[in-house]
Write a protein that binds this ligand. Structure first.
Ligand SMILES: [Mg+2]
Length: 313
């Protein structure tokens, strides 16, 4: 390996590690605030400081499943990924899963196909944020190939969330991760926003991406939640997560603390913000004391390096 390719290797390993550990730390930071009223940054930091362990929730648990399947298959395979989701759920069903996934998994175990079970349970499809919260590894893996990224992000969404708004949220979150992770020089928040707008198809998302521009400079974070939302619907969570990451392009901690402080679906929004911010800034940007408290961090590190190696082939 030459000096420059080793530098490139280390650079991307840091970004892949930053993304996976960043999403897990954001999820864990936000977990005690899930469903809460908006709070202050200092309360979020105090909660982090008083905890001895950072425990992540279903968001990270499912992102682990996405990563494991991408590594094992060398790309997206819907049938395989569904089997991994079911295996992981059966091992740790206490991670805070919503009502949907266990019902869908049960139906698949009884013989339904992976891309039809969700539609049978939710006619018209779910547009919850559950497929966007886990999609970051797809953005890393396909970071230089928007066409295959869109197919994989939307494909993994169909396992549980088939509505076009659910699929679009999963794609835009993956794309935001890819744009943040891509090579030097780093894209500016304005450039990332413009690229997302080029690729978005659904009017609801186009409108919210447009509104992010006006929120990048606001000194009133409550405005973010009131304009973009902070809920469990993908369109009320993905633009919000992107906004928090873009408002703090040089600080992972400021980005995820702000995401948690908005309240609402705090663990999921902070998980998605953490994925984008960690992919952009690399592992070095995540506070060491948070990484030291984060459960399963060795396994997440190992997965990140294996995902980088699989993506590079
Ligand atoms: Mg959760």
């Amino acid at each position: 390996m030459t000096g420059s390719s080793r530098k490139n290797d280390d650079y991307f390993k840091s970004k892949f590690r930053g993304c996976l550990l960043g999403l897990a730390a954001g999820d864990a930071l936000g977990a005690p605030f899930e469903g809460a009223w908006p709070t202050t940054a200092s309360q979020v930091l105090a909660s982090a400081a008083e905890r001895t362990r950072f425990r992540y929730t279903d968001d990270t648990h499912m992102a682990i499943g996405v990563t494991e399947s991408l590594i094992a298959c060398g790309g997206f395979d819907g049938h395989h990924m569904t089997e991994v989701f079911i295996r992981n759920f059966d091992r740790e069903p206490w991670r805070g899963y919503g009502a949907g996934p266990p019902r869908i998994f049960q139906k698949i175990k009884a013989g339904a196909s992976w891309n039809e079970a969700a539609e049978d349970i939710y006619p018209g499809g779910s547009y919850g944020n559950g497929s966007a919260m886990r999609t970051a590894p797809v953005g890393l893996f396909y970071r230089e190939d928007v066409g295959n990224m869109a197919t994989a992000a939307r494909g993994q969404s169909k396992i549980t969330h088939t509505h076009p708004w659910g699929q679009e949220g999963a794609f835009l979150q993956a794309l935001a991760v890819a744009l943040a992770a891509n090579s030097e020089p780093l894209l500016s928040p304005g450039e990332i926003l413009a690229r997302l707008q080029e690729q978005a198809k659904e009017g609801l998302y186009l409108q919210k991406l447009d509104q992010i521009k006006n929120l990048l400079g606001t000194d009133n974070p409550a405005e973010i939640a009131s304009v973009l939302g902070h809920g469990i619907e993908a369109f009320n969570a993905v633009p919000t997560a992107i906004c928090c990451a873009l408002r703090h392009p040089h600080s992972y901690a400021d980005a995820v603390v702000e995401a948690v402080s908005l309240g609402g679906d705090a663990d999921t929004i902070a998980c998605m913000t953490g994925a984008i911010s960690g992919a952009g800034l690399g592992i070095e940007a995540i506070p060491e004391e948070w990484l030291a408290k984060l459960e399963n961090s060795d396994y997440l590190e190992k997965l990140a390096v294996e995902l980088w190696e699989a993506a590079r082939l």
